[in-house]
Design a protein. Sequence first.
Length: 151
Amino acid sequence: MGKSQETWNKKEREKKKQKNRLDKIEKKQERKDNAKDGKSFDDMIAYIDENGNFSSTPPDPRKKVEINADDIQLGVPKQGPIDPADLIRTGIVTFFNDAKGYGFIKDLVTQESVFIHVNALTEPIKENNKVTFEVEMGPKGPSAVNVKMSK
């Protein structure tokens, strides 16, 4: 006589599968019993008020605001013309090396340190001088151009 092909492990797996099937059938029947059939479409509609909250009442038509589709701007807004007076800044020379021909200016308004090269000077400057300048974006960041002594 041969040994039975059904081992204890196989029997346990089959019991587990059968239990899962029964659980699934029970859950399905429970969902059918608890289903809320017969709701009308109007009962299921939800509205959103002006603050973005869900509401069961429709919005007041008197509060409706008309928006012109042409007024909606997509993308980056166009930059307006720049006033040349806004480009001129004032600052104090914090460091300047005459031998190497570069230095730094600290902007009085933004407290930003701006690089200065000797080629951008209109007149000689020294450390702690108050100067007026314009800012250009260089390859390594902002750099000062048209640097003049402030009066």
